[in-house]
Design a protein around this ligand. Structure first.
Ligand SMILES: [Zn+2]
Length: 266
């Protein structure tokens, strides 16, 4: 362990009143939840961008004009609504680092994800679950919410704090930022590593708000989780469910939130 890393870890491990931690907290817009933010967003976004380019080069992208148009239309409509809302709140700056992009990958897997910085992918398999534009907006809203709430930055920061992400710490402090190890880690953050329960619930809540702001029917979200549950019966859970808690009481929560959200954000 080099000198830099030793002193960095010492600072982190000190106490929650450490000046480093005090200046390293962020606040999630709308929910106002405080979150750890040690990992530089610019680095995570750059690595996500690289990883996304690789995925685009290596995956079979769908050529279906209708679905591609639908995906882009839903994505653009929601992100514009979010940007307008944040602008009205005076919080546009927190979206400055986003460069939204939407791709449809030809793959039967029931999956969709959003990498840091707004790099989104849907797999054609999940179109059986989304069914229509409102359904697509429900999944899109949820994925956009993970990105806007900067859940990946939070998780990378937590990994550093817990001394789990030793590779990341080395990389950060040694300046080897183009390391493929970091790219791999970012891919894991964006696609494979499950978000925590709190982050999932927050993405459900914000996702509902975002699709509502864009004028979609937010009750479509309930159908999504019902169909996800149905699809997971009697076989291995769909990819999307393996990285998300099972539908169960999240439908109940969504039903509770909808009237409040309709009143406030329609
Ligand atoms: Zn999620």
């Amino acid at each position: 362990m080099n000198q830099n890393r030793r002193s960095f870890l010492k600072t982190l491990g000190c106490t929650c009143c450490s000046p480093l931690l005090l200046i390293s907290c962020a606040q999630v817009a709308i929910t106002d939840r405080r979150q750890l933010s040690i990992y530089p967003e610019s680095i995570i976004n750059q690595n996500a961008y690289n990883a996304y380019q690789n995925i685009k080069n290596e995956s079979k992208l769908s050529k279906n004009k209708l679905f591609n148009r639908q995906l882009n239309s839903v994505g653009i409509r929601i992100t514009r609504a979010v940007e307008l809302y944040f602008s009205n709140l005076g919080k546009s700056k927190s979206l400055d680092s986003f460069d939204w992009e939407f791709i449809l990958i030809e793959d039967d897997t029931l999956n969709a994800w959003c990498m840091p910085g707004g790099k989104i992918a849907f797999y054609t398999g999940i179109l059986d679950i989304t069914k229509d534009e409102d359904g697509m907006a429900a999944v899109m809203g949820h994925e956009i919410a993970h990105a806007v709430a900067k859940h990946s930055v939070e998780r990378a920061s937590q990994a550093i704090l817990l001394n789990v992400g030793t590779t990341i710490i080395d990389t950060l402090l040694d300046g080897a930022l183009s390391s493929s190890r970091v790219d791999d880690y970012v891919v894991q953050l964006g696609i494979n590593l499950p978000f925590g329960r709190l982050q999932e619930s927050e993405a459900d809540y914000l996702g509902l708000i975002f699709m509502t702001l864009a004028g979609y029917d937010n009750t479509a979200t309930i159908g999504i989780w019902e169909r996800m549950e149905e699809a997971s019966k009697g076989r291995t859970a769909p990819e999307f469910l393996s990285t998300h808690p099972t539908p169960g009481n999240r439908i109940k929560k969504i039903q509770e939130w909808i009237p409040e959200i309709n009143e406030k954000y329609t």
